[in-house]
Design a binder for this molecule. Structure first.
Ligand code: SF4
Length: 306
């Protein structure tokens, strides 16, 4: 499978079949907390990155195999709304299955009507908003030069007005970067009148792109949650230990450990050798690091696992 990964268990979405429709780290942001590393291609230009028929064939194959899938989720290794065929893909998926379709987006392109139109037929859209001022946006999301906070907020407002599906807003808070309580209070006030179903607060729980991107404590997250109305929930999972791994996941992780025992490997090496999508390889490595079964080292700006 080239474009589809999983289904992977997701706390929010159940068994989520990931659909990756942009090249690795192609994004309009370069967030300090990104678990995929630094952005390789920072752009706001939409393009037809992948062959749509191949993507649809892979989704169909997984569904027909009878695997349990709760959501078909466009997310993955970059910003999915940069794919100019996103709307067509969502409509075509919905024509052959009743499984709900979700899109996880950084929300930066919602100011564009074509992007809002593309998302309209999804069942669930999860946009992010991590700042309410340009200064904080620049610090936490490091956007393309042609984006600013007014465009992003106006885009979210417009979308929330027209969209009929479920809308969950995710706010990821990084210690000392976007945790100013006055700004977060302003954000809570701005969101109050928007037709959003859930406000989900998160913090840095996965290895971030920048090592200065640090998490908040449980208590700090609770304090921030108290600024928002009753749609708020904290989704940061402070204990992501691999307690409930399936037999299949266990055997994949054993194979990764065997591989990196022989020689230190990058994520690309692991993904190519085991035949895993890069995002899945990253998730397994995250488990293995937490479990202390692998360690990481950096050489010539590349991260190796051993
Ligand atoms: S976290 Fe998401 S929006 Fe931010 S750089 Fe990574 S892929 Fe892009």
């Amino acid at each position: 499978m080239k474009y589809v990964f999983g289904p992977v268990p997701s706390r929010r979405l159940g068994m989520s079949l990931g659909v990756d429709i942009v090249p690795f780290k192609t994004c309009s942001f370069d967030c300090v907390y990104c678990q995929l590393g630094l952005t390789i291609k920072k752009t706001t230009e939409r393009a037809d990155f992948v062959p749509i028929d191949d993507v649809l064939a892979e989704i169909k194959e997984v569904i027909e195999s009878g695997k349990n899938v709760d959501f078909i989720t466009f997310s993955g290794s970059g910003e999915p709304t940069l794919n100019s065929k996103l709307g067509e893909m969502i409509r075509k998926v919905k024509a052959f299955t009743d499984i709900p379709v979700a899109v996880i987006t950084n929300g930066s392109l919602l100011y564009r009507k074509d992007v809002r139109d593309d998302l309209i037929s999804a069942d669930l859209v999860v946009p992010s908003l991590d700042a309410i001022s340009n200064n904080t946006l620049d610090k936490v999301n490091r956007p393309c030069n042609d984006l600013n906070i007014d465009m992003i907020i106006d885009g979210l407002r417009e979308f929330a007005k027209d969209y009929k599906g479920k809308l969950w807003l995710e706010i990821l808070i990084v210690k000392g970067i976007n945790d100013n309580l006055d700004e977060l209070k302003q954000m809570a006030d701005m969101i109050r009148d928007l037709r959003i179903d859930k406000i989900q607060l998160n913090t840095v729980v996965r290895p971030p792109a920048e090592n200065f991107a640090l998490p908040l404590t449980n208590e700090e997250m609770d304090q921030i949650a108290s600024l928002f109305d009753d749609r708020v929930e904290i989704i940061a999972d402070f204990d992501r230990s691999p307690k409930n791994l399936s037999q299949n996941d266990k055997s994949i992780e054993d194979r990764i450990v065997d591989l990196v025992k022989r020689r230190p490997c990058t994520i690309d090496d692991i993904s190519n050798s085991i035949g895993l999508h890069k995002i899945e390889a990253i998730k397994h490595i995250e488990h293995l690091l937490k479990a202390g079964r692998v360690s990481q080292t950096t050489l010539n700006n590349k991260t190796y696992y051993k």
